[in-house]
Write a protein that binds this ligand. Structure first.
Ligand code: SAH
Length: 461
C-alpha cells in the first residue's frame, strides 16, 4: 500500500514494489499490487522502496528510495552521474545484460506491433563499449562564481548537468572542452544564457575522425562576431594541437536546434575526413554521419553481406545521408541509385563519390517516398533495396512502391524497432523476413540499431 507524505508542499507517496521488466524507453517497470510505475535505473528482479510525486504531475514515473533486493546484473557504473544525466540509462547494467535486453526489445516489438514471432539474433556488441562516440555536443553555462561549464541537458529539461568526463565520448574531447572552459574565462567570452538571451557561446560540437585522427571543433555562437575571437581560436589550437579545423556556426534563434545556417571557417579546411569499409568520406559540421565508427563498420559489412550483391545488379539506397551505404555497395554492383532529402548531405554524397573515383553511383535530392512512386511509375528495375529511414520509419507510399518495384532483396537498417516491425508487417505477405540482426550502436543507452534482411517470396509473380 502506498503511504502519503504531506510534510512538504510536494504531494509524495512511497510504496514497496518489484521490478518485473524494462520498458521500451529503458525504465524499470515496477509493480506494486495492481499498480505499475516506471522508474529509471531499476532492473528486473530488484525490490525496494520507491516514491512518486504528484506535484510533478507525472504520478506514473517513480524514483528509488532504497533497494532491498539487488539484481545480479547490476554493476558499478564508471560514470557517477549516469543516472542524473539521462544519457546512459544502462551503465548500471552489465554489458551482457544490455545486449540480451536489446535483442529481447526487438523481438517484443515484432510480437506486439507486427504480431510476428521472429527469431532475433544476439545483439552484436563492442569489445570495448566505452569512448565510442565520434560526435560530442555540449551546451555551455555559467556557474554562480562566474566559471563557465558544459554538460548535458538533464532528461526532458533545459537544465545543464555539468560534466567533466563522459565515458562514451571520444576521449580526446575532454581536454578540448576543459581548454575551452579555461579560455572562455581568460578571454572574457561569456557562455550564452538561454533565459536571459545574453552571451556568446551556446554549444561546442566536436567531431572526430576514427581513421585519420582529425578533429573538427564547431563553436556555436549566438552572435556573428565577438571580441577576441581570433586570439581565442589561436590559443585553443595551440593548447589542443589535435584540432585540425575550427568552424564557427551562428545560431541567433531561440530554438532547440543546435546549429544555425551561417558558418565561418576559423581555422583549417572546414571539414574532416574519415573512412568506412575502405571508402573515404568528407564530413562537414552538419553532415549526418553515424556516431559509432566501430559498430558502423560491422553493421555496414553485415548489410553488404545480407544484400548478397552481384556484379550485374542495381542497388537502391533510400534515406542515404551522405551516401555511405550506396558508396560502399557500389564496388559490388553494376549501379547504385541513392535518394536523400537534405540537400547538403546530397552535395556531400556526390563529392564523396568523386573523391573516391566512384562512377556507377547516382544521388538524388528528393523525398524518398515521392522518388519511389516515380521509380515504380517508370518501372525502374531494382535488384536490392537498402533502406535506412529515420526513427519514424518509412510510409505507405514508399512501401506500396516497393511492392510494385519488387526488388528481390531488401536490407532494412533501422534505428527504431517499433517502426521496423510496423513496416515489415506491411510488406510481410510479399516479403519473407529472413534474418533480424541487432547491433549495439549506442552502448549503455536504450537505443538499438537493427538490420533486417528480406527476400521476395515469389519472384515469378
Ligand atoms: N544511411 C545513412 C543515413 C541514415 S539516417 C547512414 O547510414 O549514414 C536517415 C536519413 O534519412 C537522414 O540522412 C535523413 O536526412 C534522411 N531522410 C529523412 N526523411 C527523409 C525522406 N522523407 N526522404 C529521404 N530522406 C529522408
Amino acid at each position: 500500500m502506498a503511504k502519503q507524505n504531506r510534510n512538504s508542499n510536494l504531494h509524495q507517496q512511497t510504496f514497496h514494489g518489484t521490478c518485473v521488466d524494462i520498458s521500451f524507453e529503458g525504465k524499470g517497470v515496477v509493480k506494486s499490487g495492481d499498480d505499475v510505475y516506471f522508474v529509471s535505473g531499476v532492473f528486473p528482479g530488484e525490490e525496494g522502496e520507491f516514491a512518486f510525486d504528484y506535484a510533478r504531475g507525472k504520478a506514473e514515473f517513480g524514483r528509488t528510495i532504497k533497494l532491498d533486493k539487488i539484481s545480479p546484473e547490476r554493476v558499478e557504473p564508471r560514470c557517477k552521474i549516469c543516472s542524473s544525466c539521462g544519457g546512459c540509462s544502462f551503465q548500471q547494467l552489465s554489458y551482457e545484460a544490455q545486449l540480451r535486453h536489446k535483442s529481447a526489445v526487438v523481438k517484443e516489438q515484432f510480437r506486439k506491433i507486427a504480431k510476428m514471432d521472429v527469431e532475433v539474433q544476439p545483439t552484436i556488441g563492442m569489445e570495448n563499449p566505452y569512448f565510442y562516440r565520434n560526435k560530442i555536443q555540449m551546451p555551455f553555462g555559467l556557474d554562480k562564481k562566474g566559471n563557465p561549464y558544459c554538460g548535458f541537458y538533464k532528461e526532458g529539461t533545459h537544465v545543464i548537468v555539468p560534466i567533466e568526463k563522459c565515458y562514451i565520448e571520444d576521449e580526446r574531447a575532454e581536454h578540448i572542452l576543459s581548454t575551452i572552459k579555461k579560455l572562455l574565462k581568460s578571454f572574457r567570452i561569456p557562455p550564452y544564457i538561454e533565459d536571459e538571451r545574453y552571451g556568446v557561446l551556446r554549444h561546442a560540437l566536436i567531431r572526430t575522425s576514427y581513421y585519420k585522427k582529425e578533429i573538427m571543433l564547431v563553436l556555436v555562437t549566438a552572435v556573428d562576431s565577438f571580441p577576441g575571437r581570433n586570439n581565442f581560436v589561436k590559443a585553443l589550437v595551440k593548447e589542443c594541437p589535435d584540432i585540425t579545423t575550427v568552424v564557427q556556426n551562428i545560431n541567433t534563434r531561440a530554438t532547440n536546434v543546435i546549429l544555425g545556417d551561417k558558418e565561418h571557417v576559423l581555422y583549417g579546411k572546414g571539414f574532416i575526413e574519415d573512412s568506412l569499409c575502405g571508402v573515404n568520406f568528407q564530413i562537414s559540421a552538419k553532415s549526418f554521419y553515424q556516431t559509432n565508427p566501430v559498430t558502423t563498420e560491422k553493421l555496414y559489412t553485415y548489410a553488404m553481406e545480407s544484400g548478397m550483391l552481384q556484379k550485374n545488379e542495381i542497388a537502391f539506397d533510400a534515406y542515404s545521408g551522405i551516401g555511405t551505404i550506396g558508396l560502399i555497395a557500389s564496388k559490388y554492383v553494376k549501379e547504385v541509385i541513392s535518394v536523400e532529402i537534405v540537400p547538403a548531405a546530397v552535395r556531400d554524397g556526390i563529392k564523396n563519390a568523386k573523391r573516391n573515383g566512384i562512377s556507377n553511383f547516382k544521388m538524388y535530392c528528393d523525398d524518398a517516398s515521392a522518388f519511389m512512386v516515380n521509380m515504380a511509375k517508370n518501372k525502374q528495375h531494382v535488384d536490392v533495396l537498402f533502406m535506412d529511414p529515420p526513427r519514424k520509419g518509412s510510409d505507405e507510399r514508399f512501401l506500396n512502391s516497393v511492392l510494385k518495384l519488387r526488388p528481390s532483396k531488401i536490407v532494412y537498417v533501422s534505428c527504431d524497432p517499433s517502426t521496423l516491425a510496423r513496416d515489415i508487417a506491411y510488406i510481410n505477405q510479399t516479403y519473407k523476413l529472413e534474418k533480424v540482426q541487432p547491433f549495439d550502436m549506442f552502448p549503455h543507452t536504450t537505443h538499438v540499431e537493427t538490420v533486417a534482411m528480406l527476400s521476395l517470396r515469389d519472384s515469378k509473380k
